[in-house]
Each structure stands twice: as C-alpha cells, then as structure tokens.
Ligand binder design. Structure first.
Ligand code: NAD
Length: 405
C-alpha cells in the first residue's frame, strides 16, 4: 500500500489519517499549525469526538507520524478549510491552492493528489488545474468530498458511501482502493465536476429543508399556531417528512456550502439563496422570542437570562458559525443591552462575554434559560429547570409549560 500524506489535520483530516493508519496504510499527517502537531505528537487528540481517542491509539500503535512538513510520496489527501468570501459569497480557494502548490514542490512524479475539502463546482478546473499545468511534474488530481457528521465521525467514516471524482477510471479505482482499506460503504466513481457539485448539492438540500421548517415556524408564530404539532401531523402523510425548526444553522458545511452556488449562480440559485436568508434570520427571531417572553413574564434584568449551548450542534465542541454566536453577534450589532449569561459544557475556553464554566453556577445565576443546543447534559438535567422560565428551541423538553420558538 502507498504511503499517504494527509495535509490538514482538522475535523476531517485527522480522523481520516487515523483511520487509514489503523487499517495498515503508512500515514504521515501534516499541518501548518505547530501547536496542533505538538499536541498530536504528545499523544493527545485535538478535539472531542466519539471514538476518536480509541482510533488515535490504534493509529499510534500502527506507526502514524505527525509533522509540520510535507513528505515526498505518491499519494496526498488535502483536507484544508474552504471558507467563502463574505462579500462575493464565492469560495475562498486559497487554502486548497496553497496546499496543492506545496504538495507539488514535494511530490513524486505521477503522484495522486486527492482534494477532500468541499469545493464549489468548477474549483478544481479554475483554481487547481492551472497551478498543476504551470509546472513540469505530472500529477493526477482527484476530488473525494467528505460527508461525515461531527458527533458520529468515526462510525460514518467506516460506513458512509463515498464519492470519488477523477479524470480517468483507472485513477478513480486506485483512489477507491486506498479508501476501501477502511470504508465499508459504497464507493462511487465519477468525474471531478460531478463530485464537486454532488457534495454542495447534498448540503444545500439539507439547508433548504431546514429553512422550510424555520419558515413554517415563523408563520405559525405570527398566528399562534403550534408548529411542532402541525409538523407532527403533516408527517403522517406517507410522502411528507418536514424537519424541525431551530435557532439557526451553524457548522462548517450546511451554513457555508449553499453560498458557493449562490455566489457562482446568482441568477439561478434563488430558492437556495432565500433558504440561506431564512436560516440566517433565525438567531434574530430567537432574540425577538426572548424579548416577548421576557415582557410577558416581567423579566427586565437580562443578566438573569441564560443561553445554554455555544456549539453549532449537540455533544460536539465545534462552535463554527454556531447559532448562539450568530445570536450574540446580532445583539451586539443591533446595540441591544442584553448581558446574557452563556454556558456550554464543551466550550472550556473563554469565547464570549458573560460566559460561565460551571453548570451549577450558571443555573444559580439565571431565572430564564434559553436552550440553544440539545447537549446530553441538559437532556439529563431537565428537572433542574423546574421553577425557571424556559425557551426550548430544540424540543428537548416534553413539558408543555416551556416556551417554544
Ligand atoms: N468539519 C466537518 O464536519 C466537515 C464535513 C465535511 C467536509 N468538510 C470540509 O473539509 C474541509 C476541512 O474542514 P475541517 O473542518 O477539517 O477544517 P479545520 O479548520 O478543522 O482543519 C483544517 C486544518 O488545515 C490546516 N491547514 C490549512 N492550510 C494548510 C496548509 N496549506 N498546509 C497544511 N495544513 C493546513 C489548518 O491548520 C487546520 O488544522 C473543508 O473544506 C470543509 O468544508 C468538513
């Protein structure tokens, strides 16, 4: 089996590197972030994820190495960030371009360079191929987007179906063989453009469906209808499956990738754009709900209101684009005086004003709790909310006395 150099050891690159190493592949994990590499070299993982520490142990036993340097070999997996430009909404491909440029300085002739980062359709042609064409070495570009979900990454790495886009079936098969060392799901071989578009389409599908539930929530709130009951009954229809409304969409994928289509296809991507706007409006909608409940219940001291949860989803420590951060940003921009207490069991570093690090102290400090993330901790502690005003944006409480969106 070829040696594999995984470039970028974040939420995607690290588990992928560990999985390959645990399945007999010689792996070197490379990241520019020195402290991250030092932590890994010291035998510690860099984020919380179910099953990651055990997988890490297997990979260490199998001889995985971590480095700040790129290695010379014939197979690279690039898993670096792909944010979007907030003004143009188009992809910022600079991380991928820089990583591939450095790969080209180190790689063997005829190396395979797999970009796993999510990219907008056409990115490989527009940004990556020109840098390959501009130098003498011949390499094979491949796009193999990742679709694992934080919180269940290890399981999904093993079992999800994968898409591999390459310029030729031979190269696609070679790459498929490397992934099939661990992947038990179907490995679908296609061309690069189709693989690029498929990944973005998957996350856009999710975003639009969430936006539909969120828009229903707003409509129902206007006329005091119970959106959850309406969705529950509507979903009895054999071909209806409406998702649940929530405080917004966060994370590095669903709230980002649809913008790639809006940025590149502004004339066509109208529904996609509108869905993004609906989901982005939800944190402000939660603030309106907090204000109206506070008014109804005579709460004037907003420092006695607690926001529970800072991550973008339950039982992970990833706060990127999280609805709570969007909510706090909205409050700041609008100049409202809302000095909330904020607590999240997974966020131990100081991230926002009013943040507390102790659950008991948080509960003591507030009379009104807004549940923004359904961490297991709050699910296990619902009785401790007795006597408090509760706005449950995640439907963790069965109790009808709580407020909902
Ligand atoms: N996080 C997810 O759940 C998820 C799921 C599917 C797809 N993706 C996609 O995977 C890609 C990576 O996402 P992530 O969440 O792992 O990002 P991340 O920010 O957690 O990790 C990226 C890592 O790349 C490193 N890096 C950046 N440029 C580098 C370079 N030139 N050389 C070496 N290291 C470099 C950074 O230091 C960082 O540690 C993105 O395109 C993302 O959209 C993410």
């Amino acid at each position: 089996m070829k040696k594999v150099n995984v470039i970028g050891l974040g939420y995607i690159g690290l588990p992928t590197a560990l999985m390959l190493a645990s399945h007999g592949v010689e792996v070197v994990g490379t990241d520019y972030n020195q402290s991250l590499v030092q932590t890994l070299q010291a035998g510690k993982t860099t984020f919380e994820e179910k099953g990651l520490d055990e997988l890490f142990g297997h990979a260490l036993d199998a001889g995985i190495r971590f480095s700040n340097e790129y290695e010379t070999c014939g197979f690279y997996i690039v898993a670096v960030p792909t944010p979007y430009d907030p003004d143009t909404k188009q992809i910022d491909a600079s991380y991928v371009v820089n990583a591939v440029k450095t790969v080209l300085e180190h790689c063997e002739e005829e190396a395979i360079v797999v970009v796993e980062s999510t990219v907008s359709p056409g990115t490989m042609d527009r940004f990556v191929r020109p840098i390959v064409a501009a130098q003498k070495k011949h390499v094979h570009l491949v796009h193999a987007p990742e679709r694992i979900i934080p919180g269940n990454m290890v399981y999904e790495l093993l079992h999800n179906s994968r898409t591999i886009g390459a310029d030729s079936p031979e190269i696609a098969e070679q790459v498929g063989a490397v992934y099939s060392t661990f992947c038990e799901g179907e490995i679908v071989l296609t061309d690069i453009r189709t693989a690029e578009m498929t990944k973005v389409v998957e996350n856009t599908f999710r975003d639009i469906n969430i936006a539909f539930a969120n828009e229903l929530c707003k409509i129902c709130r206007r006329d005091n209808m119970d959106v959850n009951e309406i969705i529950r009954i509507a979903n009895k229809h054999p071909r209806v499956n409406i998702l649940s409304p929530g405080p917004g969409v966060g994370g590095h994928c669903i709230s980002v990738d649809p913008w790639f289509l809006v940025g590149d296809y502004p004339e066509e991507a109208k529904l996609i754009h509108q869905a993004r706007l609906v989901n982005d409006s939800m944190p402000a909608f939660v603030v309106e709900r907090i204000e109206s409940i506070a008014k109804e219940r005579g709460v004037s001291d907003f420092s006695r209101i607690g926001l529970y949860g800072l991550t973008y989803k339950e039982n992970v420590d990833d706060t990127r684009e999280s609805p709570t951060l969007q909510l706090l940003e909205h409050v700041k921009k609008s100049g409202k005086k809302m000095p909330f207490c904020v607590y999240d069991p997974y966020v131990t570093r100081d991230l926002v004003e009013g943040q507390m690090h102790d659950f008991d102290a948080f509960l003591d400090a507030v009379d009104f709790v807004v549940i923004l993330v359904a961490h297991q901790e709050i699910r296990d502690s619902l009785s401790r909310l007795n006597g408090k005003i509760v706005l449950d944006t995640r439907r963790v409480c069965e109790d009808d006395s709580v407020y909902r969106l």
